[in-house]
Design a protein around this ligand. Structure first.
Ligand SMILES: Cc1cc2nc3c(=O)[nH]c(=O)nc-3n(C[C@H](O)[C@H](O)[C@H](O)COP(=O)(O)OP(=O)(O)OC[C@H]3O[C@@H](n4cnc5c(N)ncnc54)[C@H](O)[C@@H]3O)c2cc1C
Length: 301
């Protein structure tokens, strides 16, 4: 039996693997999309990770993986389809789509999250060319420019406020006439002179040539913009997580930064965990903390 199975080889999983192997754990990383290391592979430029400014996300991820490979981490390219726990000694059993079964004393679940898309024409075409899902990641590239944020919850309003400090103007496009955000945030948004509320409106198409230059709303209004931030929420990848592991209403696995969940021996790291900021740096930090907690658990197994 293995000591540890890590599910997912994004920044959280790879960081956990490096801490785990340095703690002498006999571990395996299972990853379904071996090409590209998690969500960050989709980013054209990452400017907020300490010490590696300006790298494209794919290269950054490959550097992360090479670090793990050089330290002797073993990988299995497969999709995890089922996780269960042995009734007797409480070790974990992980099944993958290829029919393989691997067993370990502990699990670190680091399968990430995916951003909800609008599903409109132009959205995929201009991904990373003016369409973004993360104001914290990409806002600084729009200093002095005109942007739009789409959404009506806390994230959308926080994004609009964040961008209003950088951009000349921010359109906040929301399909209803009331927001689903905290009242104090709504008041702050309303008080900003460079945020224009575009309510009862939906995006019909994102337009541009090389990059985004405008957005057309249902009904025909066209807004000239340099970038558009979709803040329609994110979805945790937690479908295969067993019921004994507590999740919140949105499906995120409940844990603090130690990664300890409601199920002994099942740890969580990265974007799939309940947390305030989903970024590479917090995923990497989770990986380190969680592998340390898992190593203590395994020692006493
Ligand atoms: C376009 C874009 C730009 C971004 N820009 C930045 C930025 O500039 N700076 C920044 O700090 N952050 C940025 N982020 C956010 C950052 O990428 C994430 O916070 C980070 O990747 C989270 O790491 P993770 O390891 O938790 O999850 P992920 O990166 O999502 O990795 C999870 C991995 O688990 C695998 N997996 C899922 N389910 C299974 C399964 N059933 N079986 C096996 N494997 C599975 C997935 O294939 C994936 O490789 C960006 C995100 C996106 C989408």
């Amino acid at each position: 039996m293995l000591d540890l199975i890590i599910i997912g080889s994004g920044p959280a999983g790879l960081s956990a693997a490096i801490y785990g192997i340095r703690a002498n754990l006999n571990l395996l990383v299972i990853e379904k999309d071996y090409e590209g290391t998690g969500q960050i592979a989709l980013s054209s430029k990452v400017d907020n990770y300490l010490g590696l400014p300006g790298l494209d996300g794919y290269s950054m991820g490959e550097q992360f993986r090479q670090h793990a490979v050089d330290f002797g981490v073993n990988f299995l390219e497969a999709t995890v389809t089922e996780i269960s726990q042995d009734a007797n000694d409480k070790h974990w059993i992980v099944k993958t789509a290829d029919g393989a079964v691997n067993e370990a004393k502990a699990i670190i679940y680091a399968a990430g999250a995916v951003h909800r898309h609008l599903g409109v024409p132009g959205e995929n075409e201009f991904a990373a060319k003016g369409v973004s899902y993360c104001a914290t990641c990409d806002g600084a590239f729009y200093r002095g420019k005109v942007t739009a944020v789409v959404g009506g919850g806390d994230t959308a309003l926080d994004d609009a406020l964040y961008l209003s400090a950088l951009c000349e103007k921010v359109y906040l496009i929301h399909r209803r006439d009331a927001f689903r955000a905290a009242e104090i945030t709504v008041d702050r948004v309303r008080s900003k002179e460079n945020i224009e509320l575009v309510l009862n409106s939906q995006v019909e198409e994102i337009l541009g040539s090389d990059r985004v230059n405008s957005v057309r709303l249902v009904g025909g209004r066209v807004l000239d913009i340099d970038g558009i931030f979709v803040a329609a929420g994110s979805v945790p990848v937690s479908r295969v997580v067993p019921e004994c592991v507590e999740k919140n209403e949105a499906g995120y696995i409940v844990a603090d930064e130690t990664g300890v969940t409601s199920a002994p021996g099942f740890f969580v790291a990265g974007d799939v965990r309940t947390k305030a900021l989903r970024q590479v740096v917090t995923a990497v930090s989770d990986g380190a903390n969680t592998a340390t907690a898992a190593a203590h658990y395994i020692e006493n197994f």
